[in-house]
Design a protein around this ligand. Structure first.
Ligand code: 1HN
Length: 370
């Protein structure tokens, strides 16, 4: 007779401990073993962190000499900023977004490609470079915001000996997490897309905000204005600063899609904010993660009790649902922060929440410095 072998899972003499141990091996997690605790409020492996411009600039400048662009080198000369909570070689400045620094110079060309990740570029320094977006060259000037939405062809070229350095922002970890990453190269032998539109045509057509060309309205969720020039942004900030300001954000402006009034791209919201001399905001927290770039000035941001002092060029990240407030360190100079966030995604699915810090006159205590 065949010896009868009893499966442990069918043994009704199992203790609870044996049961739990056994089912864990079977890829089953009893909800009563603590998993519910993870759901009471956001838990994240993302840490607040700050990258200093002095160091970033030095590294990106070194990369200019070490790695060529093109077939014998890199497709893009990019250093991505990896959060300490994310293991190598994964990408992530937060759990949904990445920031990166890119440089091109001389007569270099970064070949055209397209991908399902949405991208933005905030220009930091240099001159004489363009991004070609779906056949239209967008000229880059310091502090401009350029857009390269999901599945738009894009490549870069330089026409000036000096390096052009910019901040790239993309929703790479979000799209990876949703299992929707696709990328393809432009299908021509030299991988350069033909130029089919006048340079900066999107500025000509769409930068006046309230006045839009009849017949151009589309159902596209992406802003048709692909370059928000700094001169206009700064003018609006300066005018708003005379009277307005939020207790949590200072003088904050959202870059918007002129047709919808909504965010510039469906997954990424972009802001510019000014902290006037001596401004110090109150503390709040919200769902959604944010990456900040210091455009000008110096100050600090307190994140869950830790103070991060920043100066021009620095980049820092804010994990979701952390207490934060900002201050301008100067009593004479303005401070300006550019930021991008995943908030449109949260808002689209009714997951956006915001909470004010109640104690201590609305400002969290500082317990440590970065
Ligand atoms: C990318 O395609 C660009 O097109 C820049 O310039 C940075 C970072 C991660 C993944 C793709 C670009 C990027 C990127």
């Amino acid at each position: 007779m065949k010896a009868e072998k009893k499966e442990p899972s069918s043994d009704n003499t199992l203790t609870l401990e044996q049961f739990q141990e056994t089912v864990l091996q079977e890829q089953l997690t009893p909800l009563w073993m603590g998993a519910v605790g993870q759901l009471r409020e956001p838990h994240t492996h993302i840490e607040p962190y700050l990258w200093r411009w002095k160091e970033l600039r030095q590294r990106v400048t070194q990369s200019l000499k070490l790695i060529p662009l093109g077939d014998q080198g890199a497709e893009r000369r990019v250093l991505t900023l990896r959060n300490p909570g994310i293991p190598v070689p994964r990408m992530g400045t937060t759990h949904t977004l990445i920031a990166a620094i890119q440089v091109i110079a001389g007569t270099e060309v970064a070949p055209s490609h397209r991908h399902t990740m949405a991208a933005l570029r905030f220009i930091i320094e240099g001159e004489g470079a363009c991004t070609v977006v779906n056949g239209e060259p967008e000229s880059m000037q310091p502090r401009d915001l350029l857009l390269t939405p999901n599945w738009y062809w894009h490549g870069h070229f330089s026409e000036h000996p000096d390096p052009m350095i910019w901040l790239d922002g993309l929703d790479v970890p979000l799209v990876q997490g949703l299992g929707a990453t696709f990328q393809e190269n432009y299908p021509s032998p030299d991988r350069r897309q033909p130029i089919t539109a006048p340079r900066d045509e999107s500025i000509r057509r769409y930068s006046a905000g309230g006045l839009l060309p009849v017949g151009d309205r589309t159902a596209d969720k992406n802003s048709p204005l692909l370059n928000f020039r700094w001169a206009q942004t700064e003018d609006r900030l300066t005018q708003m600063a005379e009277r307005d300001g939020s207790p949590y954000d200072g003088v904050a402006l959202q870059y918007t899609n002129p047709f919808t009034g909504g965010p510039v791209m469906p997954t990424i919201d972009c802001w510019i904010q000014m902290l006037r001399p001596g401004d110090q905001t109150k503390t709040h927290r919200h769902t959604g993660s944010v990456i900040y770039h210091v455009v000008e000035g110096s100050g600090w941001t307190v994140i869950n009790g830790k103070r991060f002092d920043w100066a021009t060029g620095d980049i820092f990240c804010l994990p979701p649902w952390v207490w934060h407030d900002h201050a301008n360190a100067s009593s004479g100079q303005r401070a300006i922060l550019f930021s991008f966030a995943d908030t449109p995604v949260l808002k689209a699915f009714d997951l956006y929440r915001e909470e004010a810090y109640a104690e201590n006159q609305g400002r969290q205590p500082v317990e440590a410095t970065f």
